[in-house]
Design a protein around this ligand. Structure first.
Ligand SMILES: Nc1ncnc2c1ncn2[C@@H]1O[C@H](COP(=O)(O)OP(=O)(O)OP(=O)(O)O)[C@@H](O)[C@H]1O
Length: 272
């Protein structure tokens, strides 16, 4: 069923800034209009969370974000009975709240969650669009505005932590990656306040370090870390100290790898 959904006009100043890398904004809006759930894949710190926040604000929808972890169970999303002043009261979890409100529920790093989470997501992510609450006996029908968005980082996957095809194939999926050089420079400059000419060597260094992913490093430098670095430099921290604290220390604890990264950083800083 296609119910015509229309986003209310939202003043731009209330929308978190997001620089698109392709057609993802149009795709998100179409998926929301057609009541389809969305899966975002991509490395840490490349803009997935910002994208969802941007789209939720643009569409004028409430957003509940949950960072999944290996202890997160279905009841953490749906809700549970709690003792309150001698009474036992049902308290909705973030997923139930989003279904009742007709908003967006964003489950970050969904592969980390416990297996029983998939059981509650399945009837919500096919054409039934229902959330059964066993404990209260309710069967909530998701209103047209409700949308489920999940994300994961394929780089962290291992055999024990993957999405089953029966779960993956319920979602429209978008692959994310870091922005091209000039766009990433513009975003980091915008986010940190540091001039683009001073951000450029930081982005070039990030590119060098990203090329080591899979060899010496599990993950490359995220856009988030470049923003941290540029923000520290903008606050007066020296370039080398800022690079060390944001683009090298968070990446590795291995002394040999660290020494190699510092050598690369020093070379890029000298050129910049
Ligand atoms: N396309 C973009 N437009 C605007 N800002 C961006 C963009 N990409 C990254 N950023 C910046 O990078 C930061 C980190 O991005 P974000 O938190 O969205 O990453 P993520 O992909 O959700 O990471 P994780 O998987 O670790 O949750 C943002 O707070 C923002 O400053």
């Amino acid at each position: 069923m296609n119910i015509a959904l229309k986003a209310p006009p939202i003043p731009d100043c209330n929308v978190p800034a997001y620089s698109p890398s392709g057609q993802e904004c149009a795709l998100f809006e179409s998926a929301w209009t057609r009541q389809l759930p969305l899966l975002l894949k991509g490395p840490t710190g490349c803009g997935k969370t910002r994208f969802v926040a941007h789209m939720a604000a643009k569409l004028g929808l409430p957003l509940s974000t949950v960072s999944c972890h290996d202890d997160l169970a279905a009841a953490d999303l749906t809700g549970r009975y709690l003792l309150k002043g001698g009474d036992t009261v049902w308290v909705d979890g973030p997923l139930t709240r989003a279904v009742r409100e007709g908003g967006i529920c964003y489950l970050d790093e969904i592969v980390e969650a416990r297996k029983d989470v998939a059981v509650v997501l399945h009837p919500l992510t096919d054409d039934r669009r229902v959330l059964p609450l066993e404990r209260t006996g309710e069967l909530l029908e998701a209103p047209p505005g409700f949308m489920l968005v999940v994300s994961y980082n394929p780089g962290y996957q291992n055999l024990l932590k993957t999405l089953k095809p029966s779960t993956r194939q319920r979602f429209v999926a978008i692959e994310f990656d870091f922005l091209p050089r000039d766009r990433e420079i513009a975003v980091v400059s915008e986010e940190s306040g540091l001039a683009e000419s001073r951000v450029a060597p930081l982005v070039d260094l990030a590119h060098r370090l990203r090329s080591l992913k899979g060899h010496d490093l599990e993950e490359g430098v995220s856009t988030r870390l470049i923003v941290y670095c540029a923000s520290l430099v903008d606050s007066g921290v020296t370039l080398r100290d800022a690079v060390l604290a944001t683009m090298i220390e968070p990446l590795t604890d291995e002394p040999d790898v660290k020494a190699a990264l510092i050598e690369i950083a020093d070379a890029v800083i000298r050129q910049g």
